[in-house]
Ligand binder design. Structure first.
Ligand code: AP5
Length: 219
């Protein structure tokens, strides 16, 4: 199962990817998560990416493409993967297609487009909290932890992401509209796009997602 999760910031890509990856025992390859981890550790990649991420801009294509190529060609991804947050520009999508050809690895099964109006996204991101240790995502109203501020899974502290400040969220939504939205058409032309109504509850979105994944297996 080789999937891309496409959608604006805060539509719920990470939430759904965590669930599906666990159920299907395939890796969730989240470029945002890899970059945040690099920033935390102060690696050269992290130092390069931090300024872009804090202001809501995309990290340069060549940095992210190299990172994803390395992940997808690793043994962990042989059975499949969920690409969460990549590709995000047409140049990244073209590089991914080239990589499949060059390495002889099978292409994508589906590109899932998660769809939510921008107003709802702003509400979702202001209530998001993530575990500083295991990165599990919560929402203070829609998906709260059992104990306020503490991760149910590992007991780590829950924190708010730096780029979830309202002004940065608006900048990220603009970047999505200009640089990432064209991918909907790109993948529609390839016959890979599947739309999911992500305005409903987390469980209901997951049901739609399973229906798409099931269709993948039947096809
Ligand atoms: P990244 O980490 O990928 O952020 P994003 O795409 O902006 O996505 P988010 O993680 O904000 O949202 P999500 O859709 O995963 O939503 P979530 O499940 O958390 O990227 C961060 C930065 O890294 C970028 O700005 C860029 O600088 C850089 N970067 C990353 N990839 C890059 C690339 N390919 N190229 C260049 N730069 C790159 O859910 C949000 C909240 O809503 C949570 O609180 C959740 O509990 C709640 N929620 C989820 N689903 C529902 C629901 N159905 N109902 C109610 N609440 C819900």
């Amino acid at each position: 199962m080789r999937l891309v999760f496409l959608g604006a910031p805060g539509v719920g890509k990470g939430t759904q990817a965590q669930r599906l990856a666990k159920q299907e025992k395939i890796p969730q390859v989240s470029t945002g998560e890899i970059l945040r981890e690099s920033v935390k550790r102060g690696t050269p990649l992290g130092l390069r990416a931090k300024g872009y991420m804090d202001s809501g801009k995309l990290v340069p294509d060549e940095v992210v493409i190299g990172l994803v190529r390395e992940k997808l060609t690793s043994p962990a991804c042989v059975r499949g993967y969920i690409l969460d947050g990549f590709p995000r520009t047409v140049a990244q999508a073209e590089a991914l297609d080239r990589m499949f050809k060059e390495t002889g690895t099978p292409g994508l099964d589906h590109v899932i487009s998660f769809e939510v109006p921008h107003e709802e996204i702003v509400r979702r991101l202001s209530g998001r909290r993530s575990c500083s240790t295991c990165q599990t995502v919560y929402h203070i109203e829609h998906d709260p932890p059992k104990r306020e501020g503490v991760c149910d899974k590992c007991g780590g502290a829950l924190v708010q992401r730096v780029d979830d400040k309202p002004e940065t969220v608006l900048a990220r939504l603009k970047v999505f509209d200009h640089q990432t939205r064209p991918l909907v058409e790109y993948y529609q032309k390839q016959g890979l796009l599947r739309r999911v109504d992500a305005t409903v509850s987390i469980d209901q979105v997951y049901k739609q997602l399973l229906a798409v994944v099931h269709a993948t297996r039947v096809a």
